[in-house]
Design a protein around this ligand. Structure first.
Ligand code: VGL
Ligand code: ZN
Length: 203
């Protein structure tokens, strides 16, 4: 791959895979695909969903609410999730078989108790930057190729924000899996298409 394109590997963590707290259907299947893909990139970023145990996105923090419902928060509607990717727990670890030794950057996100962050670039308040845009810009990156979990949440939000920051973005579909809550997978592809994100089967 050319040196102006980075691979961004989204949230390939134990909790999003088989046996995890928020397992994405067939999530483990992305691991060998990503391991092979990553060899073609000089610049690889890995993201980790990384929440405090009392994170606002956890249904457990909202008495009477169940996982997968939606509540209004100050910054907008928030889907409530099972407790997942609690910082420094086994569930938050990268998948044990993910093998990308040359990844130079691990971007953690969602660590502010009061603000979720599906996106690797901007938290859910749509204002707070993780700093990844600056890191990529400093390295002359003009395009990101995205893969990982989950297509319709963290991959999609990251791809959309990449476009906001002026990057080209491609989502490598065979290297992603979705959660698909109430049509969220189709809706996320619609939004990505509209924003000029390329949906590709290979690169
Ligand atoms: C994710 C739901 C909650 C994701 C993270 O990685 O797509 N989804 N937190
Ligand atoms: Zn999360």
């Amino acid at each position: 791959m050319d040196s102006r394109t980075a691979l961004v590997v989204i949230d390939v963590q134990a909790d999003f895979c088989a046996g995890g707290a928020l397992a994405v259907p067939d999530g483990d299947a992305v691991v060998p695909v990503i391991n092979a893909l990553a060899r073609h990139y000089q610049t690889v970023v890995i993201t980790q969903d990384w929440h405090p145990a009392n994170h606002v996105s956890f249904a457990s923090q909202h008495p009477g609410q169940d996982p997968f419902g939606t509540i209004p928060l100050a910054y907008g509607p928030q889907v409530l999730w099972p407790d997942h990717c609690v910082m420094d727990t086994a569930g938050a670890a990268l998948h044990r078989d993910l093998h990308v030794p040359h990844a130079a950057m691990i971007q953690r996100k969602g660590s502010n108790r009061l603000i979720d962050s599906y996106s690797a670039f901007l938290e859910a308040d749509r204002t707070t930057r993780t700093g990844l845009d600056g890191w990529l810009a400093a390295r002359g990156i003009e395009r990101v190729d995205l893969c990982g979990l989950a297509t319709d949440y963290c991959v999609a939000w990251s791809a959309l924000d990449a476009r906001r920051f002026g990057l080209e973005a491609r989502v490598i579909e065979p290297a992603c899996r979705g959660i698909d809550l109430e049509g969220s997978l189709a809706a996320s592809w619609q939004a990505m298409m509209a924003a000029g994100v390329a949906r590709v089967a290979s690169v």
